[in-house]
Write a protein that binds this ligand. Structure first.
Ligand code: NAD
Ligand code: WQD
Length: 332
């Protein structure tokens, strides 16, 4: 089976490409490298010993998307490509709507033309907004609170309408919780440019002394220790969820949460990071970050039941692997 992976040079996409190659899928990557590096292709080859076909194209260019389909004729598409920074999406909403929506519309239109039917989409727990209760299951109401999240919900709605009009499509929507960690090889991981928005990349930059102190956003939430609780999932567990989605024999339009089902507070994560890496992370409490919620964690019962999804890695692995990746790549 030939799989087109959009955004395959990015954080989650690159780990998924490794899993796909390890399971003998043929892989074609399209990525414009707006948030990733070409070196990832060599690293994927180094880890797997296998080749991938790579196109440095922007999916917003429909002619380019068509060139890929005409040449490669993929059986399935896993669509990771997109912009993902919540704060930036508030500053530049039109960029987010344009990039995330046009790229997806182009892909779906060309898939329809070339009769590619299997589509796996990277959605996000952010579509749930502030949940009324926990854990969050797939039937919860959806109410994203920022333009980035709205692009995810809009795409979910587009997929539902498309499926309604043409039920030969086989669509899986995966709603990720908080991916962290990195590949055990230390070759693939997440290392954002500039000051990170997300917790684990920030902790790692304090560990490497690129940043002086972790700002903990709020200590008066209604949680175990007053700090925000999230469902952190190892990127390698998350990536394998995509292989399971391709293998899933159910056809139709399916939606799954991909999380561990376990909530971890900011302090619990920082303390675990300190313990397993034997390093001190200076932290200070600051005001809550606007738009943040107290707690968010998944019910992953549906993914377990229907995809045989399971999490093999724990919080210790996540902390070890995140730091290991950045230590290995610090001067690159
Ligand atoms: P990433 O930024 O590392 O990867 C996305 C890749 O898409 C990048 O390599 C980028 O260059 C590419 N890209 C962006 N726009 C493109 C375009 N128009 N044409 C071609 N390539 C383009 O992000 P990630 O963390 O790997 O996330 C992958 C997907 O998962 C995204 O859709 C993101 O919204 C979603 N998601 C991520 C998280 C998270 O916390 N990382 C959580 C939930 C959902
Ligand atoms: C986690 C916890 C913060 C940074 C975001 C997106 C979401 C999804 C995953 C894409 C919160 C606290 C953070 C810091 C802190 N991405 N924190 N100091 O906000 O749950 O989710 O990434 O779909 O859409 O919103 O993740 O890592 O930013 O924050 O105290 O410097 O860490 O307040 O409690 P979040 P995060």
């Amino acid at each position: 089976m030939k799989v087109l992976v959009t955004g395959g040079c990015g954080y989650i996409g690159s780990h998924t490409v490794v899993d796909l190659l390890n399971e003998d899928y043929e892989v074609v990557i399209v990525d414009n490298l707006s948030n990733s590096k070409i070196e990832v292709i060599d690293k994927i080859k180094k880890i797997t010993g296998k080749e991938v076909t790579f196109y440095q194209y922007d999916l917003c260019d429909k002619e380019k998307v068509e060139i890929v389909f005409a040449r490669e004729n993929p059986d399935a598409v896993i669509h990771f490509a997109g912009l993902k920074a919540v704060g930036e999406s508030v500053q530049k909403p039109l960029l987010y709507y344009e990039n995330n929506l046009i790229s997806t519309l182009n892909l779906l239109e060309i898939m329809q033309k070339y009769k590619a039917r299997k589509f796996v989409f990277s959605s996000s727990a952010t579509v749930y907004g502030k949940p009324a209760s926990l854990p969050i299951d797939e039937t919860f109401p959806l109410s994203p609170t920022n333009p980035y999240g709205t692009t995810k919900l809009m795409i979910e709605n587009i997929l539902a309408d498309l499926y309604q009009s043409d039920n030969s499509f086989d669509i899986t929507i995966l709603r990720y919780f908080n991916p962290i960690g990195a590949h055990k090889s230390g070759l693939l991981g997440e290392d954002p440019n500039g000051i990170p928005n997300n917790l684990m990349p920030y902790i790692v930059k304090v560990a490497t002394k690129e940043l002086p102190v972790l700002n903990v956003f709020g200590n008066d939430y209604d949680t175990v220790d007053g700090t925000g609780v999230r469902d952190y999932i190892h990127v390698c567990d998350l990536s394998y969820g995509h292989v399971l989605a391709l293998k899933n024999k159910r056809v139709g339009l399916k939606i799954y949460n991909l999380g561990t089902g376990m909530g971890t507070s900011v302090l619990e994560l920082v303390n675990m990071f300190e313990k397993v890496n034997n390093i001190k992370i200076d932290r200070q409490f600051v005001a809550r970050r606007e738009g943040d919620i107290d707690a968010c964690y998944a019910s992953n019962a549906k993914a377990k039941e229907e995809l045989n999804f399971e999490c093999k890695y724990n919080l210790e692995d996540m902390c070890l692997d995140s730091y290991n990746y950045v230590k290995n790549n610090i001067n690159q």
